[in-house]
Design a protein around this ligand. Structure first.
Ligand code: ASP
Length: 286
């Protein structure tokens, strides 16, 4: 841990194409999520609680491709992935291809706290939820009408990286995956090192074409650039450049280093972000 750590938080609302008229609402959603996490940090709470709380706000916002409002698979169903990770302990929990869970990030956190396993998929994740008394919902309750009609449009996964006043770093990522995916497809988000990673040096949450992100283990790769001496902004850009060069894929990522410095990069048209760093002021970008 760093002496005098500077708390910080950044959330993303997913990389992709976003209609100009929709952007302000997406940025508002990111802002609300960042502020929810920031409040926890300001009150002395942990980065882990902050990252989880920020992602819950985005999962509950039907504009984003996570939780309620998730994109539909080829059967017209919602199947979600999520992961959470604590940098100082390398503890993590994840769920993949789950249905009927209102807040997959909360279930991922329970997987982490339970500690027997790290990643549960599909029916097994639901069995685990039942075993621990975690509430399930009607899978159709997560489908919003706009998602049915906007069948062809891509929109984003959500993620948060936070650093608390004790210098602990945590990451949470949650997604409905990619539009029209085949049932059972799992993307980068719940795979530790790919869409989600945190250790003592920093934390990263990714969004974009999961199949490409997985192939370069993008979250861990970005942290490796950081360890080699790049600042967060440069590390983020280097990871995205590597992704483009090696896979031709498109994606975005957010990153915080051990000093609380924030970076982000994308090679998609947009990636709404909200961040609060050393100045203590919220900034929005896309
Ligand atoms: N990365 C997510 C996935 O491939 C999708 C996204 O970020 O929009 O599942």
């Amino acid at each position: 841990m760093t002496p005098n750590p500077q708390p910080a938080i950044i959330v993303h609302g997913g990389a992709g194409r976003i209609r100009a008229e929709e952007l302000p609402r997406r940025l508002d959603g990111c802002k609300a999520a960042a502020l929810a996490g920031w409040e926890i940090i300001q009150q002395g709470g942990s980065a882990l609680d902050a990252a989880e709380a920020a992602v819950v706000v985005l999962e509950d916002n039907p504009l984003f491709n996570a939780g309620t409002g998730s994109t539909l698979n080829s059967l017209g169903q919602v199947e979600m992935d999520a992961a959470i990770m604590a940098g100082e302990t390398l503890r993590a929990g994840a769920v993949a291809a789950v249905q009927g869970i209102k807040n997959p990030i909360k279930l991922a956190r329970r997987v982490m706290e339970d500690g027997r396993h790290l990643l549960f998929a599909g029916e097994g994740a639901l069995l685990f939820a039942r075993e621990i008394g975690f509430p399930q919902c009607d899978p159709d309750a997560l489908i919003v009408e706009a998602e049915r009609t906007r069948w062809q449009e891509k929109h984003g996964t959500v993620g948060c990286v936070a650093m608390d006043a004790d210098g602990r770093i945590a990451v949470a990522t949650s997604t409905g995956g990619i539009f029209n995916k085949l049932p059972g497809r799992v993307g980068d988000s719940p795979l530790i090192g790919c869409g989600t990673y945190a250790d003592d040096d920093g934390g990263v949450s990714c969004t974009g074409q999961g199949e490409a992100v997985i192939r370069i283990v993008m979250a861990k790769t970005a942290l490796d650039f950081l360890k080699e001496g790049a600042n967060p902004e440069a590390a983020a850009h280097q990871a995205i450049a590597l992704l483009a060069q090696k896979t031709g894929g498109t994606a975005g990522l957010i990153i915080i280093d051990r000093q609380g410095k924030i970076g982000y990069a994308r090679n998609t048209e947009r990636m709404p972000v909200a961040l609060i760093g050393s100045a203590g002021e919220i900034q929005l970008d896309s």
